[in-house]
Design a protein around this ligand. Structure first.
Ligand SMILES: Nc1ncnc2c1ncn2[C@@H]1O[C@H](COP(=O)(O)OP(=O)(O)OP(=O)(O)O)[C@@H](O)[C@H]1O
Length: 276
């Protein structure tokens, strides 16, 4: 315990033995019904975390579940673009209503509340974390089976808020093969361990490129370290996604739901098992 402890865990970031992680859980909106909440994290930006979030939400929706996505990356929101969502969210007297993707996935993102998609959000950390909390407490999430939270990269204010205030089933860690990234990703894994949040799976994005002609595989960003990291932390589910120009193009066109993601089939199946 810090010597300056005022016994108000909500204003403190210390991980001490007196902290009750459940005590800071926030209730969702009274009209919400959410069965499973899973956060998607990365140690570093640009490794494909939003892509994996979108593909997982879409794969659970295609299995017949109702998916939802909270875009917790307030300063770099990319979920609406991946789903091709252009309309804005609205509020009624009860609360905020998420926007539905073409495939029926409920989405909330700061970009659905801003007048212009290109307007920057110039807020300090605690305000940003507060906005993410409000996506949980003030949005009416109806009959959601799987909610995926697309986190900002790293281990800052927002991950801390989400880890402490949402009833997470666990996290999925997204990484890429570069040595530096794999060092940083262990910080995210260790943060989850310190906060007693299970790591449900680890996804290595841009793991290889498969030649469309001869089908040989090339490790463009270097050799994979993912199996070693997973073994070191007892993480059972490991998925590897190729570099695929079709994926980049689907993201750019807002057609992520049209992408079939066979590489994530095992992870989706294990989410079904863990969460049912
Ligand atoms: N496997 C892949 N093959 C081709 N393009 C990819 C792949 N993964 C990601 N991309 C492209 O890389 C870009 C960044 O991906 P994404 O936005 O998912 O990263 P991120 O980790 O969420 O980034 P940030 O942390 O900055 O929000 C996107 O334009 C996406 O289309």
């Amino acid at each position: 315990m810090s010597e300056n402890c005022n016994h108000d865990c909500s204003s403190c970031g210390e991980t001490c033995k007196d902290r009750d992680p459940k005590s800071m859980l926030q209730a969702p909106h009274e009209m919400s019904s959410i069965k499973n909440v899973i956060a998607v994290v990365s140690g570093k930006g640009g490794v494909g975390k939003s892509l994996v979030t979108s593909l997982l939400a879409s794969s659970m929706q295609k299995k017949g579940y109702h998916s939802a996505v909270i875009d917790a990356d307030i300063t770099g929101p990319s979920i609406p673009k991946a789903f091709g969502i252009h309309e804005k969210a609205y509020a009624n007297e009860m609360g905020l209503i998420p926007v539905k993707s073409r495939g029926g996935i409920d989405v909330m993102s700061i970009n659905l509340l801003l007048d212009n998609d290109t307007d920057p959000v110039l807020w300090r950390g605690p305000i940003i974390a507060g906005a993410v909390s409000q996506f949980w407490t003030d949005v009416i999430w109806e009959n959601v089976d799987y909610m995926f939270v697309d986190m900002p990269p790293g281990t800052g204010d927002v991950p801390l808020t989400v880890f402490q205030s949402l009833p997470l089933k666990g996290i999925i860690v997204v990484t890429s093969p570069q040595e530096l990234v794999s060092v940083i990703v262990e910080k995210a894994v260790k943060m989850a361990e310190m906060m007693n949040i299970p790591v449900l799976g680890i996804v290595e994005n841009m793991s290889y490129f498969e030649c469309p002609d001869c089908k040989s595989r090339h490790s463009i960003f270097g050799e994979s370290h993912i199996d070693e990291i997973a073994a070191r932390h007892g993480i059972v589910s490991v998925s590897k996604l190729p570099i695929d120009p079709a994926i980049a193009s689907a993201c750019d066109k807002g057609e992520i739901e049209a992408v079939d993601a066979p590489w994530l089939a095992e992870l989706s199946a294990s989410l079904e098992k863990i969460c049912n």
